[in-house]
Design a protein. Structure first.
Length: 31
């Protein structure tokens, strides 16, 4: 997972997490 870029939006109480793998594909949906 060290090569993956993890973006976390902490501006909301329900954080939106998006994991981008090398290639630009999103492997995680906002929850």
């Amino acid at each position: 997972m060290s090569m993956n870029a993890v973006g976390i939006d902490v501006s909301k109480r329900k954080s939106t997490v998006a994991i981008l793998r090398p290639g630009g594909e999103v492997v995680a949906s906002p929850f």
